[in-house]
Design a protein around this ligand. Structure first.
Ligand SMILES: [Zn+2]
Length: 195
């Protein structure tokens, strides 16, 4: 059933109808979660929403999340990214893993070099190297029983690295300049104020 904003918490007086923030979107593999806002739509992709004046986090569908965050486009984009990650995870093992000179399976993807090592019978690990000037190395925190398991474990680890890197970049970026024409007057040649 399609998601509408006519029932559930939408009818509750005092329920905050805006000002919500979406943390992340979770894929439950099946539409098995009832949206906690409209309390009727069964959703597969759960948008986790928080609000400073609401005691708990709510798991919502895309429509309710779009309204409560006042950003339906952003909600759809977040859901699309989650769908894309699901597809990528499904294809991850089927990708053309190459074999290094030392006989390890590896993949160069997303700016990372992902390698899977055998450390002995039923002992596998992955290593992810960021292919930039940092050459940052991440090892699997534990050994895995099969090569497939190590490859599968490397996928969310790589995504987590990407998220962390994006957050670090955002934190380091200078505040975006005001659009042209705002704040200071544009200066013409010689510094004279253009009129
Ligand atoms: Zn809903």
């Amino acid at each position: 059933m399609s998601e509408t904003t006519s029932g559930g918490k939408w009818r509750e007086p005092g329920f905050p109808r805006n000002g919500w923030t979406c943390g992340d979107v979770q894929d439950l593999e099946e539409p098995q979660h009832t949206c906690e806002v409209c309390e009727s739509a069964s959703v597969r992709y759960v948008h986790w929403l928080t609000h400073s004046n609401y005691p708990q986090q709510l798991g919502a569908g895309c429509v309710c999340a779009g309204h409560l965050t006042e950003d339906p486009v952003g909600a759809r984009d977040r859901e699309k990214s989650a769908i894309n990650i699901t597809k990528r995870r499904a294809n991850w093992l089927k990708r053309k893993w190459r074999i290094s000179a030392k006989g390890h399976h590896f993949l160069n993807t997303d700016g990372y070099n992902v390698v899977v090592f055998s450390k002995g019978p039923s002992r596998y690990a992955y290593r992810i190297i960021r292919k930039d000037e940092s050459d940052a190395v991440t090892w699997s925190p534990r050994e895995l029983a099969t090569e497939e398991a190590a490859k599968l474990a490397a996928f969310p680890a790589m995504l987590a690295l990407k998220v962390r890197e994006r957050a670090a970049r955002a934190a380091a970026a200078p505040p975006s300049p005001l659009p042209f024409g705002y704040g200071a007057f544009p200066r013409g040649p010689g510094g004279s104020r253009r009129t």
